[in-house]
Design a protein around this ligand. Structure first.
Ligand code: TRP
Length: 333
């Protein structure tokens, strides 16, 4: 049967901060690639969001391009999906301003990320940090996205995007699609290798806690070997074995093996053997991504061409929504 229904739309963005971790890869990027087969996908490097904390201009420029290269390296096909850099599409900032005027001070004040970040950067609690979720709402609503794959830390921001959209629709009629969180098949929640009750994070001051997507094989093996485990010396998934559970989840994600199978394969073996196996599986998982990344970074001209093409399409699509919104509000177009 020919499928003439329009595919559902997915949008997601990644901040242009430092190199993403294995957690970002297994928890998000790997799914982004899979989703691009079944949905119309828009993926962007959120560079506008990144300046809510101070960035060094030279370093920032490098990070934006690197993050774009990573998106292509994980296998996103710029012919199939729209892969772009947020600041190349001015419609994001434009819609964000309009939506600011349909967002209440009170509801922004309740955002837990704002509260956390303003504590962490007490010397620079800028208004951008405060209104960051509105820009994120603009990212999503411009493309009329049906689904947004987000981690737990972004759920509240997605809810606010829905609230803003339905408020606007309530006043002016159906303008925005209400976005829903995309719950994929069990996305890996990768924990810190040193404190396995905490999420793996690139801002962990202990670099042994996380594996960067671009870490060299030796580094990955070393970090794996120093991963925190327990004293039971038995590879099995169980309550209270946070370290081993985490390694099992990583191993399962990289190899496709079930927990039962892993337990069988490592019965009678020590944690040393298991850590080596997990390390090797991670190295193999990241190898093709890293190889592509190195290739792309040798050709910044190609990367920029891709980014420009993506932005052109994104500008066209997002302008349609922006025009509609402006007309509804009463602007003269
Ligand atoms: N705020 C998100 C994060 O820090 C990144 C982001 C920006 C985003 N715009 C978005 C995610 C739109 C989903 C949809 O991870």
């Amino acid at each position: 049967m020919e499928n003439t229904e329009r595919k559902k739309k997915i949008l997601s963005c990644v901040q242009a901060s430092c190199t993403p971790t294995l957690g970002n890869y297994l928890g998000a990027f790997k799914n982004w690639k899979n989703m691009s087969e079944d949905y119309d996908c828009c993926y962007a490097v959120a560079d506008l969001h990144a300046i809510t904390v101070r960035q060094d201009p030279k370093q920032f420029k490098k990070q934006i391009l690197e993050m774009y290269a990573i998106l292509l390296s994980i296998g996103l096909d710029p012919e199939q999906s729209i892969v772009f850099i947020q600041s190349h599409v001015p419609q994001h900032s434009q819609l964000a301003w309009l939506l600011n005027c349909y967002t209440q001070f009170g509801e922004m004040s309740r955002m837990t990320q704002f509260k956390d970040k303003s504590k962490a950067h007490a010397d620079n609690v800028n208004v951008g940090l405060f209104t960051y979720p509105v820009l994120m709402a603009a990212d999503i609503l411009l493309y009329q996205a049906d689904f947004v794959p987000v981690g737990a830390d972004q759920k509240q921001h997605l809810e606010i995007a829905r609230d803003i959209a339905s408020r606007f629709n309530g006043i002016y009629g159906n303008v925005f699609t209400l976005p829903e969180p995309f719950i994929g098949k069990e996305g890996a929640r990768v924990m810190s290798l040193q404190e396995p009750t905490k999420k793996m994070s690139k801002s962990d001051p202990n670099v042994k806690g996380f594996i960067s997507m671009l870490d060299k094989p030796e580094t990955i093996m070393k970090k794996m070997r120093s991963a925190v485990t327990d004293s039971e010396a038995c590879v099995r998934y169980a309550d209270g074995k946070d370290g081993i559970n985490n390694l099992m989840s990583i191993y399962s994600c990289c190899t496709g093996l079930s927990y039962e199978q892993i337990e069988k394969d490592f019965a009678g073996k020590g944690y040393g053997d298991f850590k080596t196996a997990v390390g090797e599986a991670v190295v193999e998982e990241l190898r093709p991504v890293q190889e592509k990344f190195d290739e792309y970074m040798k050709d910044p001209k190609y990367l920029m061409e891709c980014a420009q093409k993506g932005a052109e399409i994104a500008r066209r699509i997002s302008q349609r929504t922006l025009d509609k919104v402006m007309k509804k509000i009463g602007f003269i177009l």
